[in-house]
Design a protein. Structure first.
Length: 277
């Protein structure tokens, strides 16, 4: 009988232990899920609050976009670590595992780390900002977004191009709209028989009559070179960056119309052919 009683007592203790462990595991799982749900919503609310705060809205748009991405990544990493700790994963083991994973991921994602560093360089030195029209290598367009790893531009024909920050930060970049004014050169050729002074005066008069041409710096018209078929002139004016293309199209059309009215010929390419008999 004592053996049977001891066996019953053992089974009862074992059952209580199983129930206790099971209840504890369920509690840990529910706690981890609650941490993930509440933490995720809190991160979204924090990002939304930051975007509406006065000091944050005063930052450059590209800086805000990058900070949003960086803060989101850091906070979610902390959230997942906290949830894992709530499940009972030892912190030392978790740190060791994260360090090992970080090394492996770092080796596997060297390009991404380069892009991340490139993003930081872009935000610190600001070679361009959101809204600028840039040219980098074979790509050109308006900067739409600067995030942690990539810069997104929209081309003039409305194509979306995603450029790695590592590439764009190490390549020459021309910021076409980085300054408020731009110089514009309008080349045109006239016949050798045409009156050069009359042509130059007509070009200056055309520039003076255009409201998009700035008065300072002063517009100039010069003889640039003597070509095979024409005397090559250049009308050089300064315009606001935002009006560049409108003024260019208008002046190009105006040059042709002005020369037609003044009887100044724009010659076709010519070639002298000598035939030996």
């Amino acid at each position: 009988m004592p053996d049977i009683q001891n066996y019953s007592t053992f089974l009862e203790h074992l059952w209580q232990t199983v129930k206790t462990v099971g209840a504890t595991s369920i509690f840990k799982i529910l706690l981890a899920v609650a941490i993930l749900i509440i933490g995720s919503k809190s991160i979204k609310l924090l990002i939304r609050f930051l975007n509406k705060s006065r000091g944050y809205t005063g930052l450059d748009e590209s800086v805000r976009s990058f900070l949003n991405s960086f803060i989101r990544v850091v906070l979610y990493a902390v959230l997942y670590i906290t949830a894992a700790t709530a499940l009972g994963v030892p912190e030392t083991s978790l740190v060791t595992a994260l360090a090992s994973c970080g090394l492996a991921v770092g080796l596997a994602l060297q390009g991404s780390l380069s892009n991340f560093a490139g993003g930081l360089m872009i935000l610190i030195f600001k070679p361009f900002k959101i809204g600028d029209y840039i040219v980098s290598g074979e790509y050109e367009g308006t900067v739409k977004e600067i995030n942690v790893l990539y810069t997104v531009i929209i081309t003039f024909d409305n194509r979306k191009v995603t450029i790695p920050n590592g590439s764009i930060s190490n390549a020459p970049v021309t910021d076409v709209t980085g300054l408020p004014t731009r110089r514009m050169d309008i080349p045109v050729g006239i016949a050798y028989a045409a009156d050069i002074d009359k042509a130059l005066s007509a070009l200056l008069a055309l520039a003076a009559d255009d409201k998009g041409v700035l008065k300072s710096p002063q517009s100039t018209a010069v003889v640039d070179s003597l070509g095979d078929s024409s005397v090559n002139l250049i009308l050089r004016v300064w315009v606001s960056t935002e009006n560049y293309w409108d003024v260019r199209y208008r002046l190009t059309k105006g040059v042709k119309e002005t020369f037609d009215r003044n009887g100044i010929e724009i010659p076709f390419p010519q070639m002298d052919v000598h035939i030996e008999k």
